[in-house]
Each structure stands twice: as C-alpha cells, then as structure tokens.
Design a protein. Sequence first.
Lengths: 394, 152
Amino acid sequence: MTTAKENEIFRIPIGPQHPALKEPGHFEFVVDGEMVKSATVRLGYVHRGIEKGTENRNWVQALYLLERICGICSHVHATAYSIGVEKLAGVEAPPRAQAIRVLVGELERVHSHMLWLGVAAHEAGFDTLFMYSWRDRETVMNLLEGLTGNRVNYSANLLGGVKCDVSSEQADSIRVGIDFLEERTKHYLEVVTTDVVFLRRTRGIGTMSKEVAEKHGAVGPNARASNVARDIRIDAPYAAYAQYPVQLITETAGDLEARFIVRIKELFESYRVIRQVLDTMPEGELTVRMPRRIKEGEVISRVEAPRGELLYYIRSNGTDMPERVKVRTPTLPNMATVLTLAAGHQFADMPMILAGIDPCFSCNDRMVTVKDEDGDSRNMSWEQMRQYGIERYK
Amino acid sequence: MTSIETALQTASAICEAWTKETTIPEASRIDIRVEADDLLAAVQALYDANWGYLSAITGMDLGVDKGEMVVLYHFCEGAAVFTLRVYIPRDDPKVPSVYGIIPSVSFYERELIEMFGIDVVDTPNRDRLFTPDDWPDGIYPMRKDFEHLQGS
C-alpha cells in the first residue's frame, strides 16, 4: 500500500472471507491515493433463503427459523414476528410475558452494544478496551443463559407469550450483574470521550448530517448519533414499552464519537429499564392459546433492534403457513447511508467507519486484494488494513 | 385525533391525486394503490413534503393464478406507516426506480430484481446483491412457482 503512486486510482476489494465470523460481506473501495472516492458492497454470502423458507413451514416452525436470522439479536426477530402473528390472530400475550420480552430484549441490547464496543475498539487498535468489554459481556451472557438456557438464540418467545419465567433468585442475580456492568459502562464512557489517541480515530470522522440520516432512512444508534429522534420503542411502543418507557438518547455531532456515546448511554437506559421491569413485573400467565391457522390478513410489525428499526411484513392466507414474511433488517439502510459517507475519507479510516455502523459482522481476518488499473493485484488481509489504519494515526 | 391519524391523513392528502384505492389494514396504517406510472410522482410528493422515510420495499408474488405481483413501498413517520401499493402484471413486471429521489433504495431495488425478476427501470446498479455469482439467469427464488427448494 505504501508504494502507491500519487493520483493513481485503485480498486480495493475487501472480503468476503472472515473465516471465524458469521457474517461475511464484500466491499469494494475506489481510492485515489489515500482518498476513498466511492464504495460498493456485495452481500449474500450467508443468504439462507429464510424468507422463502417460512413459506413452506407452519407458523410455529417459522418462529424458530426467523430467530436464527441473527445470532446477536435473535430475540428481537422472534419478538417482531410473534407480535405480528399475534396481531393477525387477534390475541394478545399476557402482561407478564410482554414484560419478559422487554427484559430479554434489553439484556440482549446490552450484550449487542458490549460486543460492538469491543469490535470497534479493536479496529482502532485499542485492544485493552476490546478485552475488557468482551470480558464484561460474559456477565450479561451468563444472565441470559440463566434466564433462558441459552447464551445466544435465547428462544424466549413463543407465539402467544414467552417460555421462561423470572424467579426472584434470577431477578436478584440479574440485579447484581447489572450493577457491575453499570460501573464498568461509566468507565467506558469516560474512556471513549477522553482518551486522546482513541478520539483521533473517532472525532470528526464519518460524519453524517441530520438531513442525510433523515432522508436516507438511517435507523437506530447511527441515526440518533446524527440527532434524528428515531426509536421504535418510543415512537410506536410494542410489547411492554408503553409501561416501561425508554428515554431517547441523541447526540448532535453525527461522527463516530457520537455513535460511541449514543450506544454507551443507551446501555444506562437499558440498565434502568431492566431494573424497573424486575421491580414491577406484573403477575400472571406466560402464554395464551394461539390458533393453529391464522386468519387472512397482513400486518407490519416494527421493533427496535440493537442496530435500529427492524421491520416485518407478514401476510396470511388463512392457512397454517405464512403466505409471505418480509424482513428488513436495520443493517441494510444503515449500510446504504453510511457507505455514502466513505467518499472523501482516508482509506485508513475505513475499518472504523465500517465497524462504526455495527454491521453485524466484525473483527476477524478478511482478505483484501489491492488491484491497480492494469489488474495487477496484491493481497492484504483485514488485519493488515487495520494495522495500516493504526500505523497512520501513530 | 391522535398524531398517528393526523400523519396518515396528511400523507393521504399528499397522494390523493394518484390514489386508486385506499385500505386501512390496521389503525396505524393506510395503504393506497397507485399505478406504476404514478409511483415516482407520489414518492416525490412524500419526499418533498418531508413525510417520514422510506423504511422498506416489499415484493410479493400473488401466484400464477392471479397473474400479478405487488410491490409495497412502506413509508414510516413515528408509529404511522403509509404504504404505496403497486400491482404489476406477472408476465411483464416493471416498476420505475425511485433511486433518483432516494438513493439509499439501491439495495431494495436490487433485491426486487434478483428475487422476483421485477424489472426496476433505470436503477443504476443491477448487480447481484444476495444470489451467488453462478446463480442461473431467469430463476427467481421468491416467486411462488419456484420449484427448487431442497426437500420439497
């Protein structure tokens, strides 16, 4: 990379292999010297035909299939689908089940944000923060395991309710875990807003204006870091969010630092909501009876995943199988909006900009092939590209 | 009147000129049917009025018997969801591209092209997004008559 001539335009493909992680993607950057001119993406390396798969499974089977769309935010997928199907069937899950959906949903958000914090810190070369945040993430994964039996793919939801209850012992252990995490999170907020070296990788980089975020449909923490008031938990409360309201967290800067701050501050909100749910959980049944056939109709179900708005469109033709399930995950609009930001940035900033959107794939080795105009190519691994970014900012 | 109703009525008023049929599937939603030729005008009007954001585009095949496909453009403003519903013939499925108005739709339009075989006229990038490079031409997995599922 260091031998590139001035004004020479390169196409730099990155990916698709990230051998150890679930979500590969392929990016191509067009660079002029150090500056990125444009970026494109090719997805689908883990396209499993899940939307199609739901069409020849029954309503219950489809739940478990949809839950496996994402390992990190499986619970929100199941929640979106369950709430949608319940609406179609005209039944409502009991209040205690709705509260447990919120509880698991917020624990999952903590898990997801902690994971992201580690990945993003690693891309910046701040491996101490990576190690600490992933150590702390174990705490919340243990809590989820204690509650549902699983560290990921919790399967807390059923159509018509939830499968797991919260005993007072479990509630106590969650409180202890959350207290510990809250202390740690305070420390992380201090680190990402004061560490001078780290700030050079985040402050003023990848800035997205409010107008761009709004018009292009950015969602989740990426939108909120650009001061867009968009959070489905607040805009259209689902499950028990009307009883446990969430405070909107926004920042105005719109840069990478703002995305760090928004996600970390959201952790505090999650802790508060988790405590509130535990303290005031309604008593009662966990499930209601669901019909096997769902009456004809269609429904849109929107929930706030850790990465932003997740939209399900579900259509029933009156049988025991869905006619169409459309899933629009938050990474898609975020990828589209944030990739437009790549233009005009240094190539060295790309690992951070990509990791900054929390795109559901992360920190392991990917191949980077550096091609010049004549088609000669050299290979660069994601690790080398990461190092390149770190060296540049030394 | 709640803010959801106000928002939905505003959107209905904006798109009134192109509305062929209005349905209200849920309290928080209004669906209108528009002709494919009027789609861009309606999207432009919503965009100019700053009404919400285009949250998703859903493609749907109604099957060989009905001979139609549907493309749904879901706009969201708070809890309100306003959907433009475009019916197109299955033997010549074509919708205009809204890329000129909202450039972030490229992914959604590429998905329509490769999964349903819908021709999104004038969309700049027609490359495959999800299907493999060696996927055969003319096979669209989300169509109802797709018969290549394992085990079926």
